[in-house]
Design a protein around this ligand. Structure first.
Ligand code: NAP
Length: 526
């Protein structure tokens, strides 16, 4: 296990201070001495990225897409080793990681297809009208260009799909931006293996070496330094609200502010309308329990809030939910810190006025540490509406069931909610018609609104929106999952009255790239 920092696709020999990776289930130290990156390595990574940007932004789309596919192939080639290490480091089961590896390689290939197709650059051409009176109209052509070096913070809860070669990295590379990854301390060896795969792809495809660097740290020094570095042009982050906002503030203090795209979590309310509960209370309860406890609840889209109206059927629902939760096997959480946080918050919250513990699970695997205890708690809508604190994300297998006295309180609760990644509506046929304002209200509060499905599970596709109003993210205009994530790393430039041969291919007459363009107000490939 090579734990050296990677700067400009080369292993750094000089960084001295080491730290180790730990198996969260057993506490066993895992193979590999990981070097805390020095500030000079961070400087070198950004200097190389700045130089590489000048050539990488211009490479043709066939080479760029081949590079992304090559990273996918390199990762696939080490699947077994990678999954074994990721499982040891994260406590996540092998099957879950197999799925995540497929998602990671799949998203690399999806972005490669997008690059091949090419229309994402959003080319717009307004040709000149020299004879226009009283003034001639210039020839103006606009398209998106990459921002420059992007700093990516790996997320703890997706060691593959949201880490070194995850959605942030691939969307930045696809846009034409070099990437400097700050590895997450929770999966150092996994990061090292994926880093090596990217370096191999860089060598194999002849990509400028400064396009990729990977730095380790067991604290905040290097991450903070990278965010404040003048050569950094954008930052991506998935994790806690405090971590995300700390980076947003650091970036705001720079003499040249830059965008930080922080996905900071959400409690993903699930609204169980009365007819849905009446029709299938037990089935719904089981679905909720599975979604709350899946992956020890460590998903950004975990349903941390259930909202329902009191009724006899709701009693059936709560009994079935309590049973399913109490029977849920415990699982190792990602890190000691995440486990301690979860235990503390899910215990402390019970001291809040009006909360009742509906059910909790028991520790099954006594021999392993940092095991999750699933908890579901209930509160009246009246009390919920008085207690802002009940909206905090408790990252883990926890959910709060808010019980309304009547249906009118549902809209009140939605108005009270903070911004969310998702809001789900569980409803029966035609029931929605009796809530005319509900749809607008939930779409004002969330990035993805779901009908009769659970929020956990985020499809990687072009239509996906994984982002939402603050505090779910700090910029609800963008997504961090799916191909549209590329738009975080590009900005528009307009070329006015340029000689044709000097224009980028995407803006040339004759459309040499064969992409979709808006030409004189008409979408065309001509
Ligand atoms: P985190 O503490 O937010 O850390 C994420 C990454 O950001 C890590 O690389 C961390 O560095 C870095 N970081 C955090 N605060 C920073 C700061 N002030 N300055 C510079 N760098 C900083 O998230 P985590 O370690 O993954 O988990 C902790 C908590 O985050 C969880 O208990 C949960 O509440 C939340 N979380 C939420 C989501 C979500 O999607 N909603 C996902 C994961 C975690 P180090 O690696 O050195 O600590």
């Amino acid at each position: 296990m090579n734990g050296k920092n990677i700067v400009s696709s080369k292993y750094v020999e000089t960084d001295a201070v080491c730290f180790e990776a730990v198996n969260p289930a057993t506490g066993k130290i895992l193979a590999g001495d990981f070097r805390k990156a020095s500030f000079s390595s961070a400087n070198a990574a950004l200097a190389a990225a700045e130089i590489a940007f000048q050539s990488y932004r211009l490479i043709n789309k066939d080479l760029k897409s081949a590079f992304l596919r090559c990273i996918a192939d390199q990762i696939y080639a080490i699947s077994d080793k990678l999954i074994a290490r990721a499982s040891e480091e994260s406590g996540l089961p092998v099957m879950r990681l197999q799925g995540e590896l497929g998602r990671t390689t799949g998203q690399l290939r999806l972005f490669a297809d997008m690059v091949d197709e090419g229309s994402w650059v959003d080319a717009i051409i307004d040709t000149a009208i020299p004879e226009r009176q009283p003034l001639p109209k210039s020839d103006i052509r606009r398209m998106l260009v990459p921002l420059g070096p992007v700093v990516v913070f790996g997320a703890s809860n997706f060691p593959l799909a949201f880490s070194v070669a995850g959605g942030d990295t691939v969307s930045a590379l696809a846009a034409g931006c070099p990437v400097i990854v700050k590895a997450h301390a929770a999966h150092l060896g996994t990061s090292a293996l994926v880093g090596e795969a990217i370096v191999n792809a860089i060598h194999q495809c002849g990509i400028p070496k400064g396009v990729f660097s990977l730095l380790y740290d067991d604290g905040y020094d290097i991450g903070s330094y990278l965010v404040q570095h003048p050569k950094t042009k954008a930052v991506t982050f998935t994790g806690s609200f405090n971590g995300g906002m700390a980076l947003v503030k650091l970036a705001g203090q720079r003499s040249q502010p830059i965008p930080v795209f922080a996905e900071m979590g959400s409690i993903n309310p699930v609204i169980l309308l009365p007819e849905a509960i009446q029709t299938k209370p037990e089935e719904l309860a089981k679905k909720c329990a599975v979604s709350i406890t899946m992956g020890a609840g460590q998903f950004c889209t975990n349903p941390g809030l259930l909202i329902a109206v009191q009724s006899a059927e709701l009693d059936v629902f709560t009994k079935a939910l309590a049973k399913a939760i109490s029977e849920t096997p415990s699982a190792t959480m990602l890190t000691a810190g995440i486990h301690a946080n979860y235990q503390r918050l899910s215990t402390e919250i019970l001291a809040e006025h009006g909360l009742t513990l509906l059910a909790e699970s028991a520790i099954i695997e006594e021999k392993f540490q940092h095991q999750s205890i699933a908890r579901v708690v209930t509160v009246s809508a009246k009390q919920f509406l008085k207690t802002e604190k009940l909206q905090q994300e408790i990252f883990g297998p926890y959910s709060l069931l808010v019980i309304a006295e009547h249906t009118t309180q549902i809209e009140e609760i939605i108005e009270f909610l903070d911004g969310q990644l998702t809001i789900t509506l569980m409803t029966a046929d035609k029931e929605l018609a009796t809530y005319p304002d509900l749809l607008n209200k939930i779409s004002d509060k969330a990035g993805r609104i779901i009908l009769n499905g659970m929020p956990t599970g985020v499809e990687v596709c072009s239509a996906m929106q994984h982002g939402g109003p603050y505090p779910a993210t700090n910029d609800s205009r963008f997504t961090s999952v799916g191909t549209q994530a590329i738009y975080r790393f590009a900005r528009p430039v307009a070329w006015q009255d340029w000689e044709h041969s000097l224009l980028p291919d995407a803006l040339k007459d004759g459309n040499p790239l064969g992409i979709n363009r808006l030409v004189n107000q008409k979408w065309t490939q001509e």
